[in-house]
Design a protein around this ligand. Structure first.
Ligand code: FES
Length: 189
């Protein structure tokens, strides 16, 4: 009888920890979606994108970024590589808020979203749901989740949230520097 009690207590404890971890993840997701408050983690090294590749609005440039999974991740402190895209969102000077970068991994089931600059390539299912499209979008080829290019927020589809964001930490005379990524992107890899 003794070992069975210990085993059942362990099972109970394990289930409780899983429930708490799940609730924490859901709460973090809801908090990130419900507000502009986002916690960022520093990348292993900054990504440098030449300004010459980002001269006009809605021009996108792909990059890869290296980071470490969070201490609270299922596999903590592991190197991870993230695919991203940076876009100039408006004309004008080269201040950092004119550039936005997102992680290309879809928060639904992990396919890589595509940058769609040609409105003619937007699937009918998407235009039926959100109306005619004139701006570039990110669209997931797996189930058509659709996201804005300026902040990665979700417009349509089964994804449970918008795209994870990178933080443009600086712009020099020649390059855009991306030095941080949304912490939650380092939990789910
Ligand atoms: S994996 Fe992207 S919408 Fe399903």
């Amino acid at each position: 009888m003794g070992p069975r009690v210990v085993s059942s207590r362990r099972t109970f404890l394990g289930r409780t920890l899983l429930l708490v971890a799940g609730a924490t993840t859901v709460a973090r997701r809801a908090w990130a979606q419900a507000s502009d408050y986002i916690r960022y983690a520093t990348l292993s090294r900054p990504v440098i994108v030449p300004l010459d590749d980002l001269t006009s609005p809605a021009k996108a440039f792909p990059f890869t970024a290296d980071g470490l999974t969070l201490a609270s991740a299922a596999e903590p402190n592991q190197p991870v590589r993230l695919n991203g895209m940076v876009v100039r969102t408006s004309k004008g000077d080269n201040s950092s808020d004119h550039f936005k970068a997102v992680c290309l991994k879809c928060p639904h089931e992990g396919c890589d979203v595509e940058f769609i600059g040609d409105p003619g390539r937007v699937p009918e299912e998407v235009t039926t749901a959100i109306g005619k499209v004139s701006d570039p979008l990110y669209i997931c080829p797996c189930h058509n989740s659709t996201f804005k290019i300026d902040d990665g927020s979700k417009l349509f589809g089964p994804a449970p949230r918008g795209l994870w964001r990178f933080h443009v930490t600086g712009v020099t005379e020649t390059a855009v520097e991306i030095g941080e990524v949304e912490e939650d992107a380092l939990l789910v890899v």
